[in-house]
Design a protein. Structure first.
Lengths: 573, 89
């Protein structure tokens, strides 16, 4: 860890903070909570306490801003710089600023807290079922007043639990209207407005009048962003308009076409070529909690650490179950000492063989249960093993026109035609007995119809019921240091692209050798897909890159044209 | 087919200009985060060579210290991050 030169620190332990404004991306209560939790990260391990002030000058003044936001260090639009903070001291020292051109969430996609309805302010549950259709955003379907709403459980049809999503039709924040909703149309400087506007402001924030005439009443508020709104560009807060025309072509979903950075964008009018209105499509966003905890570290006197797992490492990394690294704890305790009193860590439960224990979540350290050795008479597979309950599959591939989903010795399949529902589970060992339970990737050679399976450093080739293998993957010309093959794309006549880590190789299936000139960097050829995809496959002419439960679909021209859920889009859950 | 497609890139209005070359990106990054200008013990500022600054950055970020603007370093420079300088002068 590092501290600032001179070990700058607060000379009192009762530190105060004040939230000066809010981001339109999240409900105020979620932002308040994210900041409070971020302070608690530090107060849990030091004698520091944090008290929120609602007016006056606090030690740590927290604000959101864009670009030039009143200090000598402007922000830079979406991504890049996320936030900064000043070390302890008077004036601007100790303050924390957050770039509001970022999409602020809890780190894992839109965090939408509802109002009204019958769910008592619960968070939206995405996806949710409504009239047997699955939705992953707030919707206005089923309403005549245009108010966006969402289900707060997975199945609205069954549970009937719902709430209204943030929109300018429901409330505003900040301003001088106590959260009243926008009134449309409203008059501003003699002109009528039918939607929120950035006119009259230099900071890029969208606002509206909360009476019909701002010029006379001067009542206004800021518009919350809908979860479907674009980020940045020149249409912040507007929804994507599908279809839209770009360079004469029609697009029905977000695209990375036209950009060198692979980011997905959309037009907010039906014709980009004429209107030039656009914005970035909502993504997972950045965790306000994690970024705030880091910035508050600066505000308390910690500089950047060079320990990659430390909170004070300068790069952003999303972690679901956050805990402070020892390096951070040592750093902050060097400045303020440890928390007095008993060890704040709760005692860990002891587990014995006789007491019931809860099922641990599978982690990299927790070995997954392996299927028992298959006896001569194979037991039937539990039909309740529903593919829709699986979050991540070992591999997905198309075999004989059916998409196969493999997981821990089982597989499910969906056919391209028919009702689209998945079938299974089936035991992998019944159809391909030579294979281990966990396979990393598989593909069917389009010419010979042979099926290749890869698991760790070995591969098998099935030709009907005949099997060759296992053989080591280095026999194909892959490096002996390679741990596994994570994805495969059939290309042209007898060529297959194999993926592992950040590299890919081209395999000549006929010669069973990697072509010269490989490996190449995946991100140089396949821009805009996750660098840590754990599965890649070809399906209906598109390349699919999977990470966790999501896929990025890429056209044969290597443009990402869709991001979606494996479960809902491919498995039809 | 592995040759990159010649896509048409468009200047999006309102977009923050980020069409920098890797070298330009590196220069900006090294300066912004304090790797280029280093305060000597005498109190004087001195500008270190790009190679030295790159090595310093690579050490800070746990990358291989090549002193060259390699792919891993460029990739690290494009990651989202905190705006506070890594090296304070």
């Amino acid at each position: 860890y590092q501290t600032f030169q001179g070990d700058l620190k607060w000379d009192h332990n009762d530190v105060t903070y004040r939230i000066m404004n809010y981001s339109p991306d999240m409900e105020e209560s979620l932002i308040d909570d994210a900041f409070a939790r971020a302070f608690k990260v530090w107060s849990d391990v030091t004698p520091l306490t944090f008290t929120r002030l609602y007016d006056g000058t606090a030690d740590i003044m927290i604000s959101f801003g864009k670009q030039d936001h009143g200090d000598p260090y402007p922000f830079d639009g979406k991504d890049g710089l996320l936030a900064h903070a000043y070390p302890p001291g008077e004036g601007m020292q100790g303050d924390a600023h957050f770039d509001d051109d970022e999409y602020w969430t809890l780190g894992n996609g839109p965090a939408v807290k509802t109002r009204y309805g019958n769910a008592e302010g619960a968070m939206c549950h995405f996806p949710f079922l409504f009239e047997r259709r699955s939705y992953s955003t707030c919707i206005t379907e089923g309403r005549s007043d245009g108010l966006p709403w969402c289900g707060t459980t997975a199945d609205y049809d069954k549970d009937k639990k719902y709430g209204f999503c943030p929109s300018e039709l429901l409330f505003t924040f900040g301003g001088n209207s106590d959260g009243a909703q926008c009134v449309f149309p409203f008059t501003f400087l003699g002109k009528q407005y039918d939607s929120c506007t950035t006119e009259g402001r230099s900071d890029g924030y969208r606002w509206c009048a909360t009476t019909a005439n701002f010029d006379t009443d001067k009542k206004y508020g800021f518009c919350p962003n809908r979860d479907t709104a674009v980020i940045g560009g020149n249409s912040e807060g507007e929804p994507c308009q599908f279809p839209f025309i770009f360079l004469g072509k029609t697009y029905t979903s977000c695209t990375s076409e036209g950009r060198g950075d692979g980011k997905l964008w959309c037009a907010t009018t039906s014709n980009f070529d004429t209107d030039k209105k656009w914005g970035f499509c909502p993504d997972k966003g950045y965790s306000l909690f994690l970024v705030a905890a880091h910035e508050f570290g600066h505000a308390l006197g910690l500089d950047h650490s060079n320990i990659q797992d430390a909170l004070m490492f300068p790069m952003y990394k999303y972690v679901a179950d956050f805990s402070l690294n020892e390096d951070d704890i040592e750093g902050i305790q060097y400045l303020y000492g440890p928390k007095p009193g008993p060890d704040p860590k709760p005692p860990q439960p002891t587990t014995t063989t006789s007491s019931p224990v809860s099922t641990p979540k599978p982690t990299a350290q927790t070995p997954k249960p392996t299927a028992p050795i298959v006896p001569t008479t194979t037991p039937s597979v539990d039909p309740s093993m529903d593919a829709c309950k699986m979050d991540i599959f070992d591999t997905i591939t198309e075999i004989q026109g059916e998409l196969h989903f493999f997981k821990d010795g089982l597989y499910w399949k969906t056919s391209n035609g028919g009702d689209g529902k998945n079938k299974g589970p089936f035991r992998t060992s019944e159809r391909w007995p030579a294979l281990p339970n966990k396979i990393n990737t598989a593909f069917e050679d389009h010419l010979t119809k042979k099926i290749y399976f890869f698991a760790d450093t070995q591969f098998w080739v099935y030709n009907g019921q005949e099997v060759q293998g296992p053989r080591r993957i280095e026999k194909l010309g892959l490096p002996s240091t390679l741990q596994k093959v994570e994805g495969a794309l059939q290309r042209g006549k007898g060529k297959v692209i194999l993926f592992s880590g950040e590299n890919f190789w081209r395999l000549d299936v006929k010669t069973q050798q990697i072509d010269k000139g490989y490996p190449r960097f995946t991100d140089e050829t396949f821009g805009g897909v996750p660098g840590d995809s754990h599965d890649v496959f070809l399906y209906k002419g598109h390349f699919y890159f999977c990470r966790e439960k999501f896929y990025w679909r890429m056209t044969s021209r290597r443009q990402v044209d869709r991001v979606g859920y494996v479960k809902y889009d491919l498995l039809k859950c | 087919w592995c040759h990159p497609i010649k896509s048409v890139f468009v200047n999006f209005p309102g977009d923050v200009i980020k069409n920098m070359t890797d070298t330009e990106l590196a220069e900006t990054y090294l300066k912004r985060f304090g790797y280029m200008e280093v305060q000597e013990k005498s109190g004087l500022q001195s500008v270190v060579s790009t190679s030295k600054a790159l090595k310093r950055l690579q050490r800070q970020l746990g990358l291989e210290e090549t002193g060259a603007l390699d792919k891993a370093t460029v990739s690290a420079m494009k990651q989202p991050r905190c705006g506070v300088p890594d090296i304070r002068n």
